[in-house]
Design a protein around this ligand. Structure first.
Ligand SMILES: [Fe+2]
Length: 190
């Protein structure tokens, strides 16, 4: 029997609680506080002040138990709190898949954006409940809460894709998303 026919996980049902934005059974939950986002906001002093002022939770990622290993298909729900630091909208760290593979995000609650960068070009997709954002292989991706409520989305991705956060620190994301009087706008990377 070929190896791919004997994955480590047996078939099972996952309850998708849309209202609560949760997956059941639960796998690991990742909590990212402001202090975990060092070097990512343009305004370093504003970031330091936010860390000193309670180090708030910026986002959480709740996963199903499907492991992040090659040929598996894990899922997770990310919820980003609303807020700004130095005017820049709260966001995920962003990452590149070192093993270039695609991914989909499905908007569940709130208003957000999906910022992608391939090292030369950046793209932005407005995310709302029901929107599927497609991330092609080779595009680093970051999610942003553009609204006044928590923004949640479901991610489905190849288990062997990996998460390279250092890529964003080295190359940036091509643009930054800021709060404006009328909503939000993208500004050139700085
Ligand atoms: Fe990803």
């Amino acid at each position: 029997m070929p190896a791919f026919a004997t994955p480590p996980v047996a078939p099972f049902a996952i309850s998708f609680d849309h209202e609560a934005a949760r997956l059941e059974p639960e796998g690991p939950t990742l909590t990212r506080r402001m202090s975990d986002l060092e070097g990512l906001f343009a305004d370093h002093e504003a970031w330091q002040a936010a860390v000193a002022d309670g180090d708030p939770v910026v986002y959480r990622v709740q996963s199903s138990p499907v492991p992040e290993v090659d040929r598996e298909l894990p899922q997770s729900i990310t919820t980003i709190e609303p807020g700004t630091t130095g005017g820049e909208l709260w966001m995920t760290k962003g990452h590149q898949h070192p093993n270039h593979q695609g991914e989909i995000y499905l908007g569940l609650h709130g208003a957000g954006g999906l910022l992608m960068y391939d090292g030369t070009r950046h793209e932005w997709i407005d995310m709302a409940p029901g929107t599927i954002g497609y991330i092609p292989p080779g595009w680093a991706h970051r999610s942003v809460n553009t609204g006044d409520e928590p923004y949640s989305f479901l991610a489905v991705y190849p288990g062997g894709a990996g998460h390279d956060y250092g890529w964003v620190l080295e190359h940036g994301m091509g643009a930054r998303a800021y709060r404006t009087a009328s909503g939000h706008e993208l500004r050139p990377w700085s």
